[in-house]
Design a protein around this ligand. Structure first.
Ligand code: NAD
Length: 475
């Protein structure tokens, strides 16, 4: 028989245990705050928080998706100066004015208004087709537009009812994490929802691989160059792949040369040619070649001579190691200013120069390589058919973006058919292909090898059919 003392001890122990049990239960149902507003150290932590967030989002009204997207668009617009500067300071590539602009235009990315419901009504009743979320989406983002890509992905993916785990590019991770913190804080304040966006604080190839493999991740969306595009295509999960490009421009004898030159400078100099859709090489027909070169110089472009081009090529690329290899861009000059590029080869250009250009032949590595520098090589073509052939060869079958300047619809049609690219832009700068001066909507992820095109909320949904037999056709 227990003494009164032992009985008292037992009671205390039981009370402590009961209290502890209650506490543990409360802990397990507590929202994932360990993530510092969505920023996580591990893939498991991020996916588990995003999974919980998905469950909560699924139980929430559509109005919460609308509010969450509004938060992201507002932050991008109102804090663009600060966030753009932070992105520029961290990545050190591109142009500050365009870093800021790329955030301000996130408001043009379509949200829930893009969703729809389809219906079939007939003798056998009513069938409704709904666009449902996948769940947690694994997103890989590039250094060329770290926060803009992430923000655009959030708008599209959350509109579709999904949550996210993001593996940003290591050289743009700090700004991506800062954006995620700000988005999640605002979304929590507006809706009470947490961790709609989760992100890996220190991303590596291993964390990317862990996301590719994770059972909790239902869909991948990868925006980047050849290596990551290949890795995603080989993954066992469904992947939306926004891969690399090398957009050629064809100019025929009917083109308006003023508009052509203005467009090439505008497109290729944008963020110092970091855009995957940016004009990377020009094939212009012999009869207008010299006039076009002359016209370029009136649009803040500076022409380099043969020796200067040779000097630039030498510093801009590392030569192939063997016959199977190709030239590699020197990262030091990717996204640098045209003036800095000129200075690197000892050429002084006017301070307002936006683009360097010059005549090369096809064998210059600026033609085949996706160089992402504000120097555009111009190659002389015998005629429009020859120019289209060259464009086809140097686009490398990425089927990403191609452009033509022409007033001849036959030439446009021929090139459009032969190139078979996701974006085909005529008589404007590359941005026109994303709704910036052309018709259509904006996204920073253009799915090329997997074929979804310029991504939108429907890209990130599963098509579900709900059938009622023989009833509810009320007409
Ligand atoms: P990148 O390929 O170096 O990096 C992209 C992302 O993939 C980064 O997050 C990187 O860490 C990751 N990554 C790289 N190799 C990987 C691998 N083997 N496995 C897993 N993850 C990997 O590209 P970048 O320099 O950041 O961006 C420029 C490239 O992205 C260009 O080729 C450009 O054309 C392309 N891009 C395409 C689109 C599009 O919409 N199609 C948009 C922007 C950029």
């Amino acid at each position: 028989m227990a003494t009164p003392n032992e009985q008292a001890i037992r009671q205390v122990v039981q009370e402590v245990l009961a209290q502890l049990g209650k506490q543990m239960k409360a802990e397990s149902t507590k929202p994932h705050r360990d993530g510092d507003w969505g920023v996580f150290k591990t893939v498991d932590g991020a996916v588990s928080a995003a999974t919980e967030a998905f469950r909560k989002l699924s139980e929430s009204p559509m109005a919460h998706r609308v509010k969450a997207i509004e938060c992201v668009k507002q932050i991008c617009e109102q804090q663009a100066d600060e966030l753009g500067r932070l992105e520029m300071e961290e990545t050190k590539i591109g142009r500050l004015d365009h870093k800021i602009e790329k955030l301000k235009i996130i408001k043009l990315v379509p949200g829930v208004e893009y969703l729809r419901t389809d219906a079939y009504s007939g003798d056998h009743g009513l069938t409704v087709v709904e666009y449902a979320p996948f769940g947690v989406i694994g997103a890989i983002t590039p250094v060329t537009h770290s926060l803009p890509t992430l923000a655009g992905n959030v708008v599209n993916m959350v509109a579709g009812g999904n949550t996210m785990v993001v593996n940003p590019h290591p050289s743009g991770a700090r700004i991506a994490c800062e954006g995620v913190r700000r988005f999640n804080q605002a979304i929590y304040k507006a809706t009470g929802l947490e961790n709609l966006i989760t992100i890996i604080e220190t991303p590596t190839l291993e964390t990317a691989a862990a996301i590719f493999e994770h059972r909790g991740v239902k869909l991948l969306c990868v925006t980047g160059g050849p290596a990551v595009a290949r890795a995603a295509m080989q993954s066992r999960k469904k992947a939306v792949v926004a891969g690399p490009g090398n957009p050629p421009v064809v100019v025929d004898e009917t083109a308006c040369l003023e508009n052509t030159a203005r467009s090439i400078v505008k497109g290729a100099s944008y963020d110092n040619n970091l855009l995957c859709i940016g004009e990377k090489e020009v094939f212009a027909v012999e009869s207008i070649f010299d006039d076009l070169m002359e016209t370029m110089s009136r649009h803040k472009a500076f022409r380099l001579n043969d020796r200067q081009i040779a000097d630039l090529t030498k510093i801009a690329f590392t030569p192939p190691k063997d016959a199977k290899d190709h030239y590699h861009v020197n990262k030091e000059y990717v996204g640098s200013d045209a003036t800095a590029l000129a200075e690197a080869i000892g050429v002084r250009v006017p301070a307002d120069t936006e683009l360097l250009y010059g005549e090369t032949d096809e064998s210059n590595p600026f033609v085949p390589e996706e160089q992402m520098m504000p120097f555009v090589p111009f190659v002389r073509s015998r005629n429009v058919n020859h120019a289209i052939e060259q464009a086809l060869e140097y686009e490398h079958g990425f089927r990403h973006t191609s452009l033509i300047h022409s007033r001849n619809v036959r030439n446009m049609t021929k090139m459009g058919r032969e190139m078979d690219t996701t974006l085909f832009i005529k008589n404007g700068p590359c941005g026109a292909g994303l709704g910036l001066g052309g018709e259509g909507y904006l996204s920073f992820s253009i799915a090329t090898p997997t074929g979804e095109g310029v991504t939108n909320p429907l890209t990130f949904t599963r098509v579900r059919r709900c059938v009622l037999v023989d009833d509810l056709r009320v007409i």
